[in-house]
Write a new protein. Structure first.
Length: 157
């Protein structure tokens, strides 16, 4: 298994940051590999909630079905795959620090068969992607007025 983890301070209140990052439907707006994210129910993550993500990985479009395994409001959300060509684990941890929020984004992938041969390359690529994705969402949250309204309107478009 390979894991990438990155933390950033986001200059917004915890509830605003959690509102964006704990709604997996919004992943397509800040995670480069996610083309679509379709939740079975709308809103913030809840334990047991299921959704499908269509991703672009290694030049191929793949679909994974996932289930939320942890949802502690304003503290942590996590999921793991139920089906698909890859086993993934995603975790987002939120901490209030004065008037800003520290977010830690962690993504783990289980490599099997020939994929293990590519582990050194994939670790580096995964680390870069997790960092870039977190910087993208940081920029989105910090620079978009009423970011939750903006993202909900984009989902409807």
């Amino acid at each position: 298994m390979i894991t990438a983890r990155h933390s950033e301070l986001i200059m917004m209140p915890l509830t605003d940051v959690y509102g964006v990052m704990a709604c997996y439907a919004y992943d397509e707006f800040w995670r480069k590999a996610v083309l679509r994210s379709e939740q079975d129910t709308t809103g913030l993550a809840r334990s047991g909630q299921r959704f499908r993500q269509v991703m672009q990985l290694l030049g191929q479009e793949i679909a994974i079905d996932v289930e939320v395994t942890a949802a502690a409001p304003n503290r942590r959300v996590a999921y793991e795959t139920l089906s698909g060509p890859l086993e993934l684990w995603d975790q987002r941890i939120f901490e209030r620090i004065d008037k800003v929020t520290r977010v830690t984004f962690e993504l783990s992938v289980e490599l099997t068969g020939w994929q293990r041969l590519m582990a050194p390359l994939l670790v580096h690529q995964l680390e870069q992607q997790v960092r870039a994705d977190l910087l993208t969402v940081k920029n989105l949250i910090e620079t978009t007025p009423d970011v939750l309204f903006y993202l909900s309107q984009r989902l409807l478009a």
